[in-house]
Design a binder for this molecule. Structure first.
Ligand code: F0G
Length: 481
């Protein structure tokens, strides 16, 4: 929530209180240098003991509510026919208005099942933008992912409130070129993760849905960050100013044929969900669920998390919950912009992002600009961020790097975990790093897995720039910070 202060400033204020906390430590610079070297300059390979503020992701790292934790105590651990499954069903019906639903162990499991029933070799899957696991699953099933975003979606310094919109003309072009029967489905990702958590508008979703219906193309919504996208619709699409998050979410559901989500984000649990009013789709998915996930009433999830997901679904449409991280991210982005840091604007749904190619203009994409920035930020702050750039793209069949559309350093704000002083600290260290950007160099792989290499690949700092940067840091801040 934003409260207006007496001096006219807007303050994003926490609408919750912390009653359980976890201790953190700020490891000093020498420890951080050792840790990032050992991690092969890949922030995924750092250990918690070496991290001060963990902004790697908002996935599975959110603070759960008291009601979510309480619900876990009454979970029904039956292998089949569990009451927890039925309570989840009531929440799915009440919040999403969808009758058929299947739990699964996380978002990519839902993508795997979708790929199984919709994606065949020779088909294409158009979408507003891909997510890493989405692309991997659909393409492994033989369907080509087509990204049909508007031309300005890649402009990182923009005022376009809906950079996640799908381009209708390009969608029509895809239908004309491939034929509707070769389109597996059209996928809309609620706040497009990889281009900075940018939302789509309800108007755009309606137009996509109408065009898809004319051609009998299924519309699939990735609802992992649905409450944040709904919040942006409320704030940025004038017609929805007085409409509740709950009503906006219901309207979004009515403009889709099937939804799935990673429960690790908006619903603040660890699990996944598929839901639809189409009994045919449900039956096809249901057939595969026990093969890959588990019996249909638990789908690989712990029954405790199923209970908490039911509560999380209801809570995510509370305005105070839907806005909890988005308002802090807005503050984060405003502060970065004020310090001259090339942050992605407008502020998005899951993280503050920095355009690494503007931050480190001397580090070419072949040397993994965003990966270098994420490693450098850790080194000077103990803040773990995530590379979202060329390292996150796998090589093509010839073994060449595929340069990413954007090189972003993503600093996620898990819901209800960090505070404004954490944000202020990150902004300060980013500003220091920006002033010393010339000390940061590129990276090269020395260990590289063939698929989703960003998770476990290891790289080295070209010309040993990590040591140079640590020396400069010590000169300004001493050994202890
Ligand atoms: N879709 C979106 C939009 C996501 O952001 C994610 C995960 C997935 C699908 C896959 O879900 O992780 O539960 O299997 N995003 C995480 C992140 C990993 O850090 O942004 P999952």
């Amino acid at each position: 929530m934003i409260v207006r202060l007496s001096d006219g400033r807007d303050l994003p204020i926490e609408m919750y209180k912390a009653r359980v906390v976890q201790k953190t430590t700020l490891p000093p610079i020498d420890q951080r240098l050792g840790a990032i070297e050992e991690a092969g300059y890949n922030t995924f390979l750092l250990w918690t003991k070496d991290i001060f503020i963990d902004m790697l992701t908002d996935s599975g790292t959110n603070a759960m509510s008291d009601n979510q934790l309480a619900s876990m105590m009454v979970a029904d651990d039956a292998y089949a026919g569990g009451e927890s499954y039925r309570r989840l069903g009531t929440a799915v019906q009440d919040v999403l208005g969808l009758e058929y639903y299947l739990p699964c162990h996380q978002g990519r499991a839902a993508e795997h099942l979708l790929a199984k029933i919709f994606c065949r070799p020779g088909t294409v899957t158009p979408m507003n933008y891909h997510f890493t696991t989405t692309k991997a699953h659909f393409e492994m099933a033989g369907s080509r992912v087509l990204e049909i975003y508007r031309d300005d979606a890649m402009d990182t310094a923009s005022e376009n409130p809906f950079k996640g919109n799908l381009d209708l003309d390009k969608f029509q072009g895809v239908i004309d070129e491939y034929g509707a029967s070769n389109i597996a489905f059209v996928r809309m990702e609620a706040t497009t993760n990889l281009i900075g958590g940018q939302p789509f508008s309800m108007e755009n979703l309606r137009q996509v849905y109408e065009l898809a219906k004319q051609h009998r193309i299924p519309v699939v919504l990735d609802c992992s960050l649905v409450s944040e996208n709904a919040y942006f619709i409320k704030c940025r699409e004038p017609r929805y100013q007085d409409v509740s998050i709950a009503e906006i979410v219901r309207e979004m559901m009515s403009l889709s044929d099937l939804i799935y989500l990673s429960g690790r984000k908006s619903t603040c649990v660890r699990g996944g969900l598929l839901a639809t009013n189409n009994v045919d789709y449900f039956n096809q998915l249901k057939a595969w669920l026990p093969v890959y996930e588990g019996f249909i009433t638990y789908g690989g999830m712990s029954s405790k998390e199923i209970e908490a997901m039911a509560v999380g679904l209801r809570e995510m449409v509370d305005l105070d919950v839907a806005s909890s991280s988005a308002d802090l991210i807005q503050d984060f982005v405003d502060k970065m912009v004020a310090r001259g840091i090339p942050a992605v604007t407008p502020a998005g749904g899951l993280a503050g992002h920095v355009d690494a190619m503007k931050f480190l203009p001397h580090v070419p994409q072949e040397q993994y600009t965003a990966g270098a920035l994420a490693a450098a930020l850790y080194l000077v702050s103990g803040v773990r961020s995530m590379e979202r750039g060329t390292i996150s793209m796998d090589r093509d069949e010839q073994g060449n790097d595929v340069p990413s559309d954007l090189e972003l350093c993503r600093m996620a704000l898990p819901r209800r975990v960090y505070t404004m002083s954490h944000v202020d600290y990150v902004v300060d260290r980013l500003a220091w790093l920006h002033a010393h950007a010339d000390l940061v160099g590129g990276l090269e792989f020395f260990e590289e897995p063939p698929v989703l290499r960003f998770f476990t690949g290891r790289l080295r700092a070209l010309d040993g720039w990590g040591h140079r940067l640590a020396d400069a840091f010590r000169k300004d801040f001493g050994d202890q910070l």
